[in-house]
Design a protein around this ligand. Structure first.
Ligand SMILES: Cc1ncc(COP(=O)(O)O)c(C=O)c1O
Length: 424
């Protein structure tokens, strides 16, 4: 194998092109070849004309920043105004209610939501242990996990029989929690909700409540096992309930749910999609716990980890988005822009669902965000046949990811008619 003499054993496992980029390249080649191709491959939100959708308020805030904000380092843990903003972005209108209920929050700026996920993998579980996630998930999770010398355990995305929580498999989750608890000193759960990538699934209030209660029960039953629930909120601003998790936590505490000392809830915040600043690599890890000392200690540990991994997170979007949201007028401009983009996604999703129904295609439940999903064992074969008709999707391990973020509503009928010819 080439380069073997330099690569360590972990590096030797790193192979291949990212499937998403390689299928996007096939679409681009078709366009260069003069074909009227349909693109459902990209993971960034595109306007109907194929250009990148940009939140004008966020872009204006960046452009209005002083030169020094582009050039300087940010403080190692992040700009204080941004850290405050990131907590509000995670918790929304529930922030003050949660503070009144005695919860404490700290935040640390990270290079995107990816940086936030990395901080949890690097610090909140022991080397060699398993991170718990759903069996359909964003593919790069596997790389973060392997890179930190961890393994993964999964539970089913959907319950196998009718359930009170149709979009959360509580019994599968509890079984996994129990088996991990018996073997591990720490439990780390990554949950990409709402607007899950790659399906667009969003859990309901009863599903969120059931999940939180399972974590609490598990933590209470094994007080020496540290439990962390990380809500990966990368697409939350395009969901019907962007702060549903904060609402669930507030309601549960109001109704007497105890908060075990060994339970930590974190939010992996990403500005990539919410503010359409993908390339400015800005996110945050927000930690929530009733004890101030606990979250302060985590803040220090995360800060030290960031220092020795990426130094400080980039400054410009931290600064610009703090200024944007401090001002009522620019803040509401951002909301109006976000609402327009959300409405575009909603229209595409509704049209696709209708078209799929017309052609007898059964998609997975899909509610919010950038994607929809067709479960399939033959995803590469189907995607290859669709490509012959200039319809481009991303074949992944258990199915086909349909990027609503790049699929025009007016193309949905043709899209579904082509897809329907190749599914079993
Ligand atoms: C599920 C999920 N989580 C986290 C991220 C992190 O994004 P970023 O690092 O750009 O903020 C993404 C980006 O595509 C994602 O799809």
């Amino acid at each position: 194998m080439p380069a073997e003499c330099w690569l360590n054993s972990q590096a030797l496992n790193k192979a291949g092109n990212d499937a998403i980029f390689s299928w996007y390249a096939k679409y681009k080649n078709a366009v260069l070849g003069g074909h009227n191709a349909i693109n459902a491959t990209v993971g960034s939100l595109l306007e109907d004309d194929g250009s990148l959708a940009i939140n004008r308020a966020a872009l204006k805030a960046v452009k209005m920043s002083e030169d020094v904000e582009f050039a300087s380092y940010a403080p190692l843990k992040g700009l204080p105004s941004y850290l405050d903003l990131s907590i509000s972005l995670a918790l929304g209108h529930e922030r003050s209610n949660l503070e009144d209920l005695g919860l404490h929050m700290t935040s640390i700026a990270t290079p995107g939501g990816s940086g936030a996920l990395y901080l949890t993998a690097a610090n909140l579980i022991e080397s060699g242990q398993k991170v718990l996630l759903r069996d359909r998930h964003w593919a790069p999770y596997a790389g973060f996990i392997a890179g930190c010398n961890l393994k993964m355990e999964t539970w089913p995305l959907l319950p196998s029989s009718p359930s009170e929580t149709p979009f959360f498999d509580q019994s599968g989750f509890e079984q996994s929690l129990q088996s991990l608890r018996e073997k591990q000193s720490k439990i780390l759960v990554w949950l990409n909700d709402p607007a899950h990538n790659p399906t667009g699934l969003s859990m309901t209030p009863s599903g969120r409540r059931a999940c939180l209660e399972s974590m609490v029960t598990s933590a209470l039953s094994s007080e020496n096992v540290g439990h962390t629930l990380v809500i990966d909120a990368a697409y939350t601003m395009y969901a019907e309930e962007p702060h549903g998790w904060a609402e669930t936590i507030r309601e549960a505490i109001h109704q007497g749910m105890p908060w075990p000392e060994n339970l930590l809830v974190c939010f992996a915040v990403s500005l990539s999609k919410s503010h359409t600043v993908y390339g400015l690599r800005t996110g945050a890890l927000v930690s929530i716990h009733p004890e101030m000392e606990a979250v302060k200690r985590l803040e220090t540990v995360f800060g030290v980890t960031g220092r020795s991994t990426w130094s400080a997170a980039p400054r410009i979007a931290q600064h610009a988005m703090s200024v944007l949201h401090e001002n009522e007028e620019s803040g509401s401009h951002w909301s109006t822009e976000r609402d327009r983009l959300k409405a575009m996604l909603d229209e595409r999703r509704n049209t696709l669902l209708q078209s799929c129904q017309n052609y007898g295609i059964e998609l997975n439940p899909t509610h919010d965000g950038f994607f929809a999903w067709l479960e399939s064992k033959d995803s590469v074969e189907i995607a290859t046949k669709c490509a012959k008709h200039h319809v481009y999707v991303v074949p992944l391990e258990h199915g086909i990811r349909i990027g609503l973020c790049s699929l025009r509503a007016s193309d949905c009928d043709l899209f579904a008619s082509v897809l329907s010819q190749f599914i079993g």
